[in-house]
Design a protein around this ligand. Sequence first.
Ligand code: SAH
Length: 398
Amino acid sequence: MTKTIDVQVNAQSIAALKKGYPLILREAVINPEVLREEGTIIRLVDKFRKFIAKGYYGNQNKGIGWVLTRDDNEEIDFPFFEAKIAAAIERRESFFEDERTTAFRIFNGEGDGIGGLTIDYFDGYLMVSWYSEGIYSMKHHVYGVLDKIMDYKAIYEKKRFDTKGQYIEQDDFVKGEPGDFPIIIKENGMNFAVDLNDGAMTNIFLDQRDVRKALRVKYSEGKHVLNTFSYTGAFSVAAVLGGARETTSVDLAKRSLAKTIEQFSVNAIDYEAQNIQVMDVFEYFKYAKRHGLKFDVVVLDPPSFARSKKYTFSTAKDYPALIMDAISITEKNGIIIASTNNASFSMKKFKTFIAKGFEDAGSRYKILEESSLPKDFRTNRDFPEFNYLKVVILQKLK
Ligand code: SAH
């Protein structure tokens, strides 16, 4: 039996919790001294000891845990995990049926009822991410449920909860028949090489699926596409398959060269006909300006924070400047795909960054599309802060 303790939350937080807000904020807790062992089940109560919600203790960014139920009588046990995970899998039925897409998220944390836990499906392989020691202590339930209700090849896991909330380097294999990586997954008919046991990342960010599709189907034909912060070049692959005349992929990481060659190759694209630059994006902007290079489409998908030898970049502070750089090398009537995964600001705020970039550059634009997380990354509409992805596709008018 897991221990249960009562935790008092302040009046301010109660209204939101009652409305369904799932995160237990650190500042909401009045008696934090009772919080000892992560994974402890906590009953949130008001100052009269009246029950509000039940969840678990697990430190993750600004939260000390997640609400799991608003029913005091509901146990947090194997049947609880089974019900949540089975329902999540049922919601993804259309993904399982789609033969053109074999990688997607089957459990998205609080969006599917259990914060701090995500499960991705990669053509029969499962990748489970744990975001706190607390949820990790309940892994026997999660793995027990997966054994019972899923037919998988193997399970891999990422522990993302060291003191800074980062990935913990380890062998990520858990159980099953180990995969022979890279495996090739499909996304809307495109191929991507994926490795589930090679550090924090897997070679592909599944949350950009719809954006890759939009780029491929609507914006690539005959174009020169610049893909900045390109990682393994997934956007470049989408562009080439959409008929791009040329792509240029820029990433600072040395590994990005081999990884990008690999993604082109598994799609039968001649990588030698594409440009792959291992360099700082900000240096590349200078180079492109100096040489008068212009692109029809520019993809901006930076990490929330980046530090290179010469530059530090924070999306929350520097996005307007990044937009200005992009404007200076985008053709008139060209397209900029501006994306960010920074959860600390809203879409509204993000659009002010774009507006400021254009204003400072003395240029004008028209928004063509806006989007956020795809359907398999389920989130609660009432709480958009958990829908961290923000994408604006715009056209530069002058
Ligand atoms: N857009 C990619 C994902 C980007 S991940 C995709 O859709 O797959 C962030 C990438 O930014 C990493 O590969 C990292 O190496 C790169 N990066 C961080 N700072 C950079 C910089 N200053 N210049 C170039 N690349 C950078």
